[in-house]
Design a protein around this ligand. Structure first.
Ligand code: ATP
Length: 304
C-alpha cells in the first residue's frame, strides 16, 4: 500500500526556544496508507490540531519531517495542495453569499474543481443551495465546510473535528459521506473527540496525550491492549481471595470487579468454579474494553 501521509519524529514548538516557549507536539511518528481512514484522538490540548496543521502545510515542524503524497506540504505546496482537501475547525465565509455562491466562489479558486451542485448534494445541502450562509444552522455550516473541502476532488482529505456541534442525524450524514469517499479511494485523516466516530469510521487510529502518541493501531488492536472487565455479586460466604481470577478482585459492598487480558479463559475458569462450588454468580457481566475505556485510561495516565 502506498503511503499518502507520513510524520517522522515530528515536533512543534510555539513561542521560540526560550522558557516561554511551549512544545505542543513532542516527537510523533505515524503513516497513513492509500485509501485509509485514520483518526487522531486525544484530550483537549493533546496536540491534534497542531499536528494536522503541519500536514496541511500551514506551518513547518520545529524538528522531524512530514510528507503528504511524498512531498513536504509546506515547501512543496504547489505539488500537494491541488490534491488535498482541508476542513479546518472553524471555516469562515462571507455571510451574505448563498450556499451555491460560496461553493462557486471556492470552486473558482480551486484546481480541478468538480461541479458545484455535486458537492452540495453530496453533503446533503441540495435543498439549501439558495440560502444565505448567515441563515444556516451551525451544523449546516459545518457541512458547507465539508463541501468546500471536497471541491477539488482531493486524494487526501484532512478533517479537523468534522462533526463537532452536529446533531446525531447530521453526524450520521457526515459519516455516510466519509464512508462514500473511502469507498472511492480517498485517504482521510480526521481528528475527533467522539470515540464512536473513530470506531465507526476509521481503519486505524492514534491516541495523543501531551504531544505524544501513546497508542496506535486498528480499533480492535487498541481495545485489546486494555484488560476486559468481569463483574458479579459476590456469593454469600465466599472469600474473594479464593476465586480463580488472575488479578486481585475489587469488592465494594457485595459487588466484585476483576480485570483480565484473557477474557474467555478467565470467564470459563470462573464459571466452572461456580458450578463446582454450587454457587450462583448473580448479575454476572463480562465485556471487552471499549475504545472509551482505553481513552479514559490514557487521559488518566497521561503520556507517562
Ligand atoms: N499558537 C499557539 N501558541 C502557543 N500555544 C499554542 C498555540 N496553539 C496551540 N497551543 C497549545 O498547544 C497545545 C496543543 O494544542 P492543539 O490545538 O494542537 O490541541 P488539540 O489536541 O487539537 O486540542 P483540542 O481537542 O482542544 O482542539 C495546547 O496546550 C495549546 O494551548
Amino acid at each position: 500500500m502506498d503511503t499518502m501521509i507520513e510524520a517522522r519524529g515530528v515536533r512543534r514548538r510555539y513561542g521560540g526556544d526560550g522558557p516561554d516557549g511551549f512544545e505542543a507536539v513532542r516527537g510523533i511518528d505515524f503513516s497513513v496508507g492509500d485509501g485509509e481512514v485514520f483518526a487522531l484522538l486525544g484530550t483537549n490540548g493533546a496536540g491534534k490540531t497542531s499536528t494536522v496543521e503541519l500536514l496541511e502545510g500551514l506551518a513547518t515542524p520545529s524538528a522531524g519531517e512530514v510528507r503528504v503524497l511524498g512531498h513536504d506540504p509546506f515547501t512543496e505546496r504547489a505539488a500537494v495542495r491541488p490534491h488535498t482537501g482541508v476542513m479546518l475547525q472553524e471555516g469562515g465565509f462571507p455571510s451574505d453569499l448563498t450556499v451555491a455562491e460560496t461553493a462557486r466562489m471556492w470552486a473558482g479558486c480551486t484546481t480541478g474543481a468538480g461541479p458545484v451542485a455535486e458537492v452540495i448534494d453530496l453533503v446533503g445541502l441540495g435543498d439549501r443551495a439558495g440560502v444565505r450562509v448567515k441563515q444556516l444552522s451551525g451544523g449546516e455550516r459545518r457541512r458547507l465546510d465539508l463541501a468546500l473541502a471536497l471541491t477539488g476532488r482531493p486524494r487526501v482529505l484532512f478533517l479537523d473535528e468534522p462533526t463537532t456541534g452536529l446533531d446525531p442525524q447530521a453526524r450520521q450524514e457526515t459519516w455516510r459521506v466519509v464512508r462514500q469517499l473511502r469507498d472511492e479511494g480517498v485517504t482521510v485523516l480526521l481528528t475527533t473527540h467522539y470515540l464512536e466516530e473513530a470506531e465507526a469510521l476509521c481503519d486505524r487510529l492514534a491516541i495523543m496525550s501531551e504531544g505524544r502518541i501513546v497508542m496506535s493501531g486498528t480499533p480492535d488492536e487498541v481495545m485489546a491492549a486494555r484488560p476486559a472487565r468481569i463483574r458479579f455479586t459476590l456469593p454469600e460466604g465466599v472469600d474473594p481471595a479464593l476465586l480463580p481470577l488472575p488479578e486481585r478482585v475489587e469488592v465494594r459492598g457485595r459487588e466484585a470487579e476483576a480485570h483480565t487480558s484473557e477474557l474467555q479463559r478467565t470467564l470459563t475458569g470462573l464459571l466452572v468454579w461456580a458450578r463446582d462450588a454450587g454457587v450462583e454468580l448473580a448479575g454476572l457481566e463480562a465485556r471487552a474494553a471499549s475504545l472509551e475505556d482505553v481513552f479514559l485510561a490514557v487521559a488518566r495516565e497521561g503520556a507517562r
